[in-house]
Structures are given as C-alpha cells and as structure tokens.
Design a protein around this ligand. Structure first.
Ligand code: DC
Length: 231
C-alpha cells in the first residue's frame, strides 16, 4: 500500500501531537513533532544566554546555529521518538512554560526556520510521515496528500495545557498558561515568515467539544480515505 504524507497544523495545545502520535503508530508511519525542534533551539538559546526576560541576541544565535544539532530517538517504552539536543535527551525540559514563553520569538527567525524546514523535509522524503506544527501543510509539505487544521477555543486549550503541566508536577497558574496560549497564537499567526494559516486544501477540525477518541476516529477516517485513493 502506498504511503502518504500527513500534515497536521493548528494553534498551540489543540491536541495535534496526541492525535498525530496515535495516527502514526496505527498506520506504521513515523511521527515528527516539528514544534519540539523549535523548542530545542529555544532551550539552547536560553542555556547559552541568547534569549532571556528582556533580551534576544538574534544575530549571536544565528552565528552559532551550526552548533545546534537536533535529532529524534525512538523510545520503545513511550512509543514515540524523543527529541535530543546535541546528543542530550531534552524531551522533558522543552515542555516547560519557560520554554513556551520564548519559543514563538525564536520561531520568527528566518535562518532558524530555514534550517528546521530542510531537516523536516528530509524526515519526510520517503513519505509515510505524520508531522504536526504550524507551517507543515503550507511550507514544509505543500503537496501533502492529507492536510488537517486543528482549532479549539483558547480557554479549552489553556485548560488542557494547564492539566498537562500540573500532571507532570509543574507549579503553574491557569491565567499564566492562558496568557501564554493567547500570546503565542498572536505571534505565530502574525509573523512575517511562514505564519500559521490554514492551507486552502486543509480540512478544519474544531475539537473544542470532542473527546480524544472522537477526534482520533475522524482523523483516522480521513487518513484511510486518502490512503485508499492513492493506492
Ligand atoms: O507545537 P508547539 O506548541 O510545541 O510549538 C512551539 C512553538 O514553535 C509554536 O509556538 C510556534 C513554533 N512552531 C513553528 O513556528 N512552526 C512549526 N512547524 C512548529 C512550531
């Protein structure tokens, strides 16, 4: 059976990665979390003094981009690939609210986007990939056979992210999480390079009132339709 490319875009915390991971596992495809790559660059920038509360040394960071190596390694126990920054597993560190605060700013930089997009296209060169992000259906894989665009209200998304952070033991405030979600929506959709927009041929799914199960079933049916059509 021919493999296809599946692009899942949408606002932050719309549950893209949860559905993408399960879809990839069900179809036997690889899953790539493109947001994790921007988060890993952000962690590097934070740890090496290029970005902080009131400053961003964009030129300095661009000059050392060649020192940033991002790879994914499949974790059998978890059932998905974890992200490594310069050979160190940073899967947990990149999910903090701290990293979320700076990541959208990092993702506005064209030199960084160019490097990430090239690597993402390499991951997908043989198809059989489910990739989620903001520009996957528009820039990374404009010819993807299936493009999904996930939306949900900011309040629902903030609640989901808040529950996730609390479950892993982080001390966070719901209002801070909501503010972060809204501010990232704004930066991600208004930036000059590859802003978050729905591709003309993407299917929009509002999952505000859907369970994970309902959402997966809809997405899975779309995927099967496309796979059957291309075979
Ligand atoms: O999906 P996420 O919340 O982990 O993504 C983190 C940030 O990375 C998001 O605010 C915008 C940026 N991003 C991007 O610009 N392009 C992508 N393909 C994926 C993420």
């Amino acid at each position: 059976m021919d493999k296809i490319t599946i692009a899942i875009d949408g606002f932050s915390s719309t549950g893209k990665s949860t559905v993408a991971k399960r879809l990839a596992a069900t179809l036997g495809y690889i899953y790539v979390d493109s947001g994790a790559m921007y988060r890993a660059v952000t962690l590097y920038a934070m740890n090496n003094g290029y970005i902080g509360e009131d400053y961003f040394d964009e030129a300095g960071l661009i000059a050392v981009l060649h020192n940033i190596d991002i790879t994914f390694h499949f974790n059998e126990e978890l059932g998905f690939a974890e992200v490594f920054l310069n050979d160190i597993n940073v899967e947990k560190q990149i999910r903090t609210l701290e990293v979320s605060r700076f990541v959208s700013q990092i993702a506005t930089v064209s030199d960084i986007r160019e490097k990430m997009v090239l690597q993402q296209q390499r991951f997908g060169k043989d198809k059989g990939v489910v990739m989620d992000g903001r520009d996957i259906g528009t820039v990374v894989f404009p010819h993807a056979e299936l493009k999904l665009f996930m939306i949900a209200t900011a309040e629902k998304r903030a609640q989901r992210r808040y529950d996730e952070l609390i479950a892993r033991g982080d001390e966070v405030d719901y209002e801070d999480v909501l503010q972060n979600v809204q501010s990232r929506d704004h930066i991600d959709s208004t930036r000059a390079d590859s802003p978050l927009t729905k591709a003309d041929d993407a299917v929009e799914i509002d999952n505000s009132e859907m369970t994970l199960e309902e959402q997966f079933e809809i997405v899975y049916q779309y995927a099967l339709q496309k796979i059957n059509k291309t075979t």
